[in-house]
Design a protein around this ligand. Structure first.
Ligand code: CU1
Ligand code: CU1
Length: 276
């Protein structure tokens, strides 16, 4: 069984294996198919039309399934690898070991935002940005420049305390746990972290930055934590809702997955903080 760990607890060897598996998926073309899929959903998800991956109730089950598929791809390279999660309430500065040269590399340089150290630096030649929204083919970051502070633990606790999963109009204006976690409302958790990292992370091709997976693993963990805190609060909406994925509706792009299938993460993996 796959156990997902806090990235700050990984050993040197675990970091190296994770990085190596990422580079192999990049080399063999698999990695970029995930970037393409993600950007397609960002482009098509709208508040008043069909919405699956974002600004809708299925934001959480969609990304859970997306991460499982990516984790399985990593494990096809190295079965010992799992997705680490980045608790940005704790590791909240540019000096975090997350951004060290032996892991994700650091901030982009001021001139053009180009990441210049670590395994994903353009100069290393192993991380071309092929699926892109402009002409720039190098990984970019601007840590903390568009928004200064990452969310705090107190802000996370406030969102975890919400008792209703989601509510009409089931989009980016909804009240409820999902939309406050996604970040269109309130203190802004998930969206703010994308903007804090900057570069590709602030765009639809955000999975170009490997930190995407670690950010979303933490979002996924917060959903699991919320479920444990609110066992009587179901996924909503249940049925018959236009333009959004109800509990038992099939979730594009897959033809065999519903939100109901995604509710219990322990069928697929555990977090290092889950009770045994
Ligand atoms: Cu996304
Ligand atoms: Cu995201």
């Amino acid at each position: 069984m796959t156990t997902r760990k806090n990235q700050s607890a990984l050993t040197t060897d675990e970091k190296a294996r994770f990085v190596k598996a990422l580079l192999e998926l990049k080399r063999n073309g698999t990695y970029d198919t995930f970037v393409t899929t993600h950007n397609g959903f960002i482009m098509s998800d709208t508040d008043s039309g069909d919405r699956v991956g974002h600004r809708s109730p299925s934001f959480l089950p969609w990304h859970r399934r997306f991460l499982i598929q990516f984790e399985q791809a990593l494990q096809s390279v190295d079965p010992s690898v799992s997705l680490p999660y980045w608790d940005w309430t704790a590791d909240r500065t540019t000096r975090s070991t997350l951004w060290a040269p032996d892991f994700l590399g650091g901030n982009g340089r001021s001139r053009d935002g180009q990441v210049i150290d670590g395994p994903f630096a353009h100069s290393g030649g192993n991380w071309p940005i092929n699926v892109r929204v402009d002409g720039r083919n190098f990984l970019r970051r601007a840590l903390g420049s568009s928004v200064a502070e990452l969310p705090t633990r107190a802000e996370v606790e406030g969102v975890l305390a919400m008792t209703t999963y989601d509510m009409a109009p089931w989009n980016s204006s909804s009240n409820g746990f999902r939309n406050h976690l996604e970040g269109w409302r309130g203190v802004n958790l998930h969206n703010r972290v994308h903007v804090w990292v900057g570069g590709q992370m602030g765009t639809g091709v955000s999975p170009n930055d490997p930190v995407f997976w670690m950010h979303h693993a933490f979002i996924d963990k917060l959903w699991a934590d919320w479920q444990r805190m609110h066992p009587q609060s179901p996924y909503l909406p249940a049925a018959g809702t236009t333009n959004v994925v109800d509990l038992n509706d099939t979730m594009r792009p897959w033809n065999d997955v519903t939100p109901a299938d995604m509710l219990d993460h322990r069928k697929f993996y555990t977090y290092d903080t889950d009770a045994a």
